[in-house]
Design a binder for this molecule. Structure first.
Ligand SMILES: *[C@@H]1O[C@H](CO)[C@@H](O)[C@H](O)[C@H]1NC(C)=O
Ligand SMILES: *[C@@H]1O[C@H](CO)[C@@H](O)[C@H](O)[C@H]1NC(C)=O
Ligand SMILES: *[C@@H]1O[C@H](CO)[C@@H](O)[C@H](O)[C@H]1NC(C)=O
Ligand SMILES: *[C@@H]1O[C@H](CO)[C@@H](O)[C@H](O)[C@H]1NC(C)=O
Ligand SMILES: *[C@@H]1O[C@H](CO)[C@@H](O)[C@H](O)[C@H]1NC(C)=O
Ligand SMILES: *[C@@H]1O[C@H](CO)[C@@H](O)[C@H](O)[C@H]1NC(C)=O
Length: 482
């Protein structure tokens, strides 16, 4: 049994972020090729087994909006082409930088079984489930990623690839770093930076990017813990007056004498943050290199109340869901009546009119935590980030189910750099386009406990029966998180 499990895990091993360890040597960077072998048959991308093949990356040339007027100065432009122009293209059921993984929602040796994983309310988990979640977070924080490294220099600093600059990182911190890297300012040299740039926030890719990010994070935790059924729980913060998960039983209570630290009874008080010192990196013209920068800071409710008078209400969420347009011009934080901009929190949650001097809905939670969560670049250091973003994703899911949009309502061009429909999401490798996550979570193999209502169940049974006509192997049973 133990042997079988190990054997199974070794087949599942690598997956999908930057930078695959197998692609960080100078040779790969100079050839701009990231097509590692799949250990199952030794061929690049598992080609001999039909899992995928090494292909040229075709970067979209749709024009970007005016927010970033420069070009040829940022490694994230035309992602991933500054680093790699050939990557694995995986067949239907497969995924990962070498096609070793199953696509989201597929399981089994050949990735043919389908299962829907259910994300649950953290307050409704059993004590054992909750303890397991906390233990998995700790494991991810203390386990060095076997598959990925972080870049600690820009492509220029790496002398165009001939002098690779990469470093090991833990599975948890890999995601903290990626969230920093996607949102960081453009370094222009000699302390000069361009600040109006963010490949994952303040524009239409905000929701699909975070959806992909959470799925990848969940997937890495699954592999690290050897638990293919793990799902990240959510925190439903609607109508609350305080942070009910800020207790030692959950994500850490307040320190008894230092109000912006966590209580020593919570093991999160021993965690170290990374990537929080944007001003230092900007002034020194270097990237965050994963060096520990002190404890998690959190001081819930001690934020500036003129910016965020209250935590979001059910009415705020309902109003955002009533907006029929996913996104509106100019596709940034000034967009009016945009579902994305309202849910992200740059618009008034009663009118949908942009107001950047207030922080509502998604942004309100970040500001409310008044600490590590409150700066975009380091916010993922606090594990409350996970619970919060999973709940935001569930609101996105409700909007998709209510409005059933065609994929072409997602803007194809003229959005801030990184946000067009076919742009490859920074900094994931292998590569995913924004539009690939602009579809119902059921298509990606997961659902929310509070959204699987009877009507929805009938719909999935119907889809299940439909699926069986095409593929006898489909196995569409919801799996419990355990
Ligand atoms: C997986 O696919 C291979 C190659 O097609 C096949 O030989 C094998 O029997 C399949 N295994 C299972 C469990 O379906
Ligand atoms: C890197 O490439 C750029 C653009 O092709 C070139 O101008 C520069 O000299 C190269 N630098 C090194 C160290 O090779
Ligand atoms: C915490 O809130 C105060 C205002 O109450 C604000 O001045 C400070 O910048 C906030 N700190 C963080 C880290 O957000
Ligand atoms: C949003 O609406 C406000 C109030 O009507 C208006 O002043 C502003 O120009 C609008 N912004 C955009 C980008 O249309
Ligand atoms: C934006 O919010 C601020 C702070 O609440 C408020 O004073 C201002 O009137 C609002 N602006 C608009 C255009 O609604
Ligand atoms: C995951 O769930 C499936 C379906 O409920 C079950 O067959 C499988 O054994 C579970 N895997 C693990 C590792 O618990």
């Amino acid at each position: 049994m133990g042997f079988l499990l190990l054997c199974f895990l070794s087949l599942l091993k690598p997956s999908s972020q930057q930078f695959p360890r197998a692609c960080t040597p100078a040779d790969n960077l100079m050839r701009k090729e990231c097509c590692p072998a799949w250990s199952g048959d030794g061929s690049p991308c598992g080609e001999l087994s039909g899992r995928g093949s090494c292909q040229d990356v075709s970067v979209s040339d749709a024009p970007n909006g005016p927010q970033f007027p420069l070009s040829g100065v940022d490694d994230r432009e035309g992602w991933p082409s500054v680093f790699y122009t050939r990557t694995c293209h995986c067949a239907e059921n497969f995924m990962g930088f070498n096609c070793a993984d199953c696509r989201f929602g597929r399981f089994g040796i050949n990735c043919t079984a389908r299962r829907t994983s259910i994300r649950k309310n953290i307050l409704e988990l059993s004590g054992a489930e909750k303890d397991k979640f906390l233990a998995y977070l700790n494991l991810a924080k203390s386990t060095i990623s076997q598959d990925y490294q972080i870049a600690v220099g820009t492509y220029t600093q790496m002398s165009n690839g001939s002098n690779p600059m990469f470093r090991d990182i833990s599975v948890y911190d890999l995601f903290v770093w990626m969230h920093y890297y996607v949102s960081r300012d453009t370094l222009l040299g000699a302390s000069r930076v361009w600040k109006d740039i963010d490949f994952a926030h303040e524009a239409p890719a905000f929701l699909p990017w975070h959806r992909a990010f959470l799925l990848l994070w969940e997937n890495e935790i699954r592999k690290t813990a050897g638990d293919e059924n793990f799902t990240i729980p959510y925190w439903d913060w609607r109508d609350l007056e305080s942070c009910e998960v800020c207790t030692d039983e959950y994500l850490g209570g307040r320190h008894s004498t230092i109000p912006n630290l966590l209580s020593p009874a919570s093991f999160f008080s021993y965690w170290q943050v990374i990537c929080t010192r944007s001003e230092d990196y900007n002034n020194g013209n270097f990237l965050c290199d994963g060096t520990p920068e002190g404890p998690i800071l959190r001081n819930p409710g001690h934020h500036d109340r003129t910016k965020t008078p209250n935590l979001p209400t059910s009415a705020d969420v309902e109003f955002s869901l009533s907006l029929t347009e996913y996104e509106t011009a100019p596709f940034d934080k000034f967009a009016n009546f945009s579902f994305r901009n309202t849910l992200e929190g740059f618009a008034n949650p009663n009118t949908g009119i942009s107001n950047t001097s207030q922080s509502s809905l998604h942004n309100a939670l970040h500001i409310y935590m008044n600490g590590s969560m409150s700066q975009v670049s380091g916010s993922a250091n606090d594990p409350i980030f996970l619970l919060h973003h999973v709940f935001v994703d569930s609101i996105f899911e409700q909007w998709l189910r209510r409005h059933r949009p065609l994929q072409d309502i997602y803007p194809a061009m003229n959005t801030p750099i990184g946000h067009n429909r076919d742009y490859y999401m920074v900094p994931f490798i292998p590569i995913y386009r924004n539009i690939e996550f602009f579809l119902s979570s059921q298509e990606l193999g997961y659902d929310y406990d509070y959204l699987t209502e009877p009507v929805q169940l009938i719909f999935s049974i119907y889809k299940y029966l439909q699926g069986c006509e095409y593929n006898q192997e489909l196995d569409d049973k919801p799996s419990e998180q355990n």
